[in-house]
Design a protein around this ligand. Structure first.
Ligand SMILES: CC(C)(COP(=O)(O)OP(=O)(O)OC[C@H]1O[C@@H](n2cnc3c(N)ncnc32)[C@H](O)[C@@H]1OP(=O)(O)O)[C@@H](O)C(=O)NCCC(=O)NCCS
Length: 401
């Protein structure tokens, strides 16, 4: 049976929508097919694999930037992956990804990320789990024990404060690996819409009048603490007193709301001021990353390791296979391709799997742990430098797609 992989056109939308609804659930009447205008305005990059019977597999690519190593990195975010139930296990997925990732690379995307329903689906394609976006239930009663903030007060934000909210998010995001920058659609929201989505956005203001944190929250229904629940999408604080002020403002609801369901990730610095961590993870969304372009992703990263020189190779049969030497000069990394046969590389240089490269780049596993997991082989003399080059920024991600 022949298979054609190509961008999805408007005429494919009924099939594309039906297959998505079958995979991810839809009302009995099915999900509505977008109008031509809605579809064109959204500007999605959608891909389909078509066999003799029609659409057999589909996915969508979001083009956005995310923060890694202090820079906004062009990212291809993959979502809505589905294969027709009767055609699963036919290898359509790999063909679909190859086409979508080729296009992403041509557009200049250097990494790709996704939220998997199961990590095993994407491992052989070079993706690995680098973090998790979680909704965590925090009993509001406990927040009454948070120490009083010194010199920070809270007030309700208005649309006029949008730029200050964006600036707090940006300052926080730029210091992490992983956060979606929220500078592009669908993560960029017009100010009026951003505020319309919440009951309130609370600002933390320091003694100089500067906005040093914010929390965006939806109050929810009811006033019986045992059942009432409020949702907190962002609680971002740039100082410990900002964190205390925001947590205490949420805690002031404890007579009428029992639980705050707070979106978070990793070891969240805003949580380090909490004296009590009797919290429950309500839902966890693992996040996977793949490198699309080794030289593009690893060149130009700021590094204090002036003068280091590390040869390495990436094994496998994918686009990522090859050998390079990484150097640091003028405060940034440089990459040079080496003419080394891959079968000989493991005798003379560290060799990463594609998944190991993803883990190393994201800064979430040391070289020692990559060896334990089987993602790094070959001589270990460069391990401390490999670890130091990429580690140091924690992985956080707060936007689902
Ligand atoms: C997930 C899905 C897209 C996979 O399609 P498929 O045609 O079965 O994929 P393949 O047979 O090519 O398998 C690809 C890999 O995924 C693995 N895999 C498939 N289903 C899996 C599962 N439920 N759990 C773990 N791994 C799984 C396969 O073992 C294979 O791994 P390998 O390459 O190491 O052998 C398809 O089953 C589907 O549409 N499921 C429902 C929707 C869904 O979960 N989509 C993913 C959203 S992130």
């Amino acid at each position: 049976m022949s298979l054609t992989v190509r961008p999805v056109e408007y005429a494919d939308q009924p099939d594309y929508t039906r297959l998505g609804g079958e995979a991810f659930g839809a009302p009995a009447t099915g999900n509505p097919v977008p109008t031509r205008e809605e579809w064109a305005a959204a500007g999605f990059r959608e891909w389909g694999a078509f066999d003799d019977e029609g659409l057999a597999a589909r996915l969508r690519v979001y083009g956005f930037t995310s923060w890694f190593h202090g820079a906004q990195v062009q990212t291809a975010g993959i979502a809505g992956v589905a294969v027709e139930p009767e055609r699963r296990g036919s290898g359509h997925l790999a063909r679909l990804f190859a086409a979508a990732l080729d296009e992403a690379r041509e557009r200049g995307d250097t990494i790709s990320t996704l939220y998997p329903t199961a990590p095993g689906i994407y491992r052989r394609l070079g993706y690995e789990v680098v973090g998790s976006f979680d909704d965590v239930d925090v009993p509001l009663q406990n927040l009454n024990r948070v120490a009083a903030p010194a010199g920070v007060v809270t007030r309700r934000a208005t649309v006029a404060d949008f730029a200050a909210v964006v600036a707090v998010h940006r300052t926080w995001a730029a210091a992490q690996n992983g956060p979606v920058s929220r500078a592009e659609k669908p993560f960029w929201t017009p100010p009026e819409k951003f505020f319309a989505d919440y009951t309130g956005v609370t600002l933390a203001i320091d003694g100089s009048g500067d906005v040093v944190g914010f929390a965006s929250w939806i109050r929810g229904e009811g006033y019986t603490p045992a059942t009432a629940l409020m949702e907190v999408d962002d609680l971002i604080a740039l100082t410990p007193d900002a964190a205390r002020a925001l947590w205490r403002t949420l805690g002031s609801f404890s007579t009428v709301v029992g639980t705050a369901r707070v979106s978070t990730s990793g070891l969240d610095p805003a949580w380090l001021v909490l004296p009590d961590l009797t919290t429950t993870v309500h839902s966890a969304h693992p996040y996977m990353l793949r490198i699309l372009d080794v030289a593009g992703a690893l060149t130009g990263l700021g590094s204090p390791l002036e003068g280091v020189r590390v040869p390495f190779a990436v094994r496998g049969t994918q686009d990522l296979a090859g050998a390079w030497t990484l150097t640091v000069s003028d405060g940034v990394t440089h990459l040079e391709r080496d003419a080394v046969a891959l079968e000989d590389a493991h005798h003379e240089r560290p060799v990463l799997s594609p998944n190991g490269l993803a883990l190393l780049y994201a800064g979430v596993q040391s070289a020692a742990n990559l060896r334990i997991a089987g993602h790094l082989t070959g001589p270990s003399g460069h391990d401390p430098i490999l670890t130091a080059l990429f580690a140091g920024r924690q992985l956080h991600v707060r936007d689902y797609f």
